[in-house]
Design a protein around this ligand. Structure first.
Ligand SMILES: Cc1ncc(COP(=O)(O)O)c(C=O)c1O
Length: 362
């Protein structure tokens, strides 16, 4: 792919490594540049890296009215050798195309998506936050640009990548378990819907549930399937629990659940971790009984941003609560977190192909 570079002048752009004196919040800061590519007349073209800034969009653009938009969330890490490595970025590229299929958006070859991300990181490498536990959060996204009020797939799109230097998700260390609300009131996705994609609309639809959860002191809801029988997701994370025998259980990737790269990675690491990881449908009633009986001793959410968010307790709408184990972070959860972040940061040897070095081109 040929990329046109329209970079900020030396004076306007960062000239020394970012060395924040305070912990950086997650997802707030932006780097100097962004990647853009257009889809017009049946092909992806005009790849460019330009200064980060506003973009013109037609008021009738399909994305603004009908939400034909998808995104990804990935991370890159700086290792002790001073080089930057993306983590499982091929998985993100593959999932972007799966989301694209579900939203009737034209695919972008995986290698082109990866090149877009790596070229942008290369240009903005001085933005890598030099802080223990920090990472560069990468947000590729595609949205429909055709100016049309008819409901149909757009004939034009933009693929863009922006980046956010982010501090550690747990600035105070991996210490505070979260609370999830168990409710039958909201559902994230239905069979045959868009739940297995990262469609922007899935997140718009989740806001009301998130706000409701806050009324109970919970950070998110535990989503059940539409029959209120099975556990599906933990807010914008996959859910997991660990039995007292140390078996990790992740709900099956049915059509209404997002295939989390973190969950897949932990399944792939089970031998190295010497932990049994199983996927199956998990009945909410049995889950509650088993937590009460202390047969389930750890639980949490899995996702790129936090890696693992341990759940200390579940809340119910009637004011009741269900404490998991002793309410603190369990030993298996901690072991997984430490091993996984060790791989990402280059302290533990990564499985073949998980980390891709960002080559120096500019
Ligand atoms: C609904 C949902 N489930 C699960 C995940 C976790 O996926 P991943 O581990 O690929 O970040 C995410 C975040 O991307 C999400 O939005």
């Amino acid at each position: 792919m040929e990329i046109r570079y329209e970079l900020k002048s030396e004076k306007e752009r960062r000239s020394e490594p970012l060395q924040p004196s305070e912990p950086l919040p997650f997802g707030v800061l932006r780097t100097d540049h962004m990647f853009i590519m257009d889809y017009e007349e049946g092909e992806w073209k005009n790849a460019r890296i330009v200064p980060y800034g506003d973009i013109p969009i037609a008021p009738g653009a399909i994305t603004l009215h009908y939400g034909q938009a998808i995104f990804e969330g990935a991370k890159a890490f700086c290792h002790d050798d001073g080089e930057i490595y993306t983590f499982r970025i091929d998985k993100n590229a593959k999932r972007m195309n799966k989301s694209a299929d579900i939203l009737c958006i034209p695919n972008i070859p995986e290698e082109i998506q990866i090149e877009a991300v790596h070229s942008l990181i290369d240009v903005d490498r001085l933005w890598f936050p030099k802080q223990e536990g920090a990472s560069l959060y990468i947000r590729p996204f595609i949205f429909a640009t055709q100016d049309s009020l008819g409901v149909h797939p757009s004939s034009s799109y933009k693929f863009m990548v922006i980046m956010s230097p982010s501090g550690p998700y747990y600035p105070a260390g991996f210490t505070k378990p979260i609370k999830l609300l168990i409710t039958e009131r909201f559902h994230r996705a239905a069979p045959g819907g868009t739940g297995s994609s990262k469609a922007a609309g899935n997140y718009a639809a989740s806001l009301r549930a998130g706000e409701f959860a806050k009324k109970f002191g919970a950070s998110q809801v535990l989503y059940l399937d539409t029959t209120n029988t099975y556990i599906e997701e933990a807010g914008a994370m996959n859910h997991f629990h660990i039995t007292k025998e140390g078996e990790v259980v992740i709900p099956e990737f049915v059509d209404s659940v997002l295939r989390s790269i973190t969950s897949e990675s932990i399944m792939e690491l089970s031998d190295r971790l010497d932990i049994k990881v199983t996927q199956k449908r998990v009945k909410i009633k049995e889950f509650i009984e088993e937590v009460k009986a202390k047969n389930i001793t750890e639980a949490g959410g899995l996702g790129t941003a936090a890696v693992i968010s341990p759940v200390g307790e579940y809340a119910f709408e009637d004011g009741g609560t269900l404490v998991v184990g002793d309410g603190n972070i369990g030993p298996n959860t901690r072991k997984i977190y430490e091993y996984y972040t060790g791989i990402q940061t280059g302290k533990v040897e990564a499985p073949e192909g998980w980390l891709k070095k960002v080559e120096r081109k500019v």
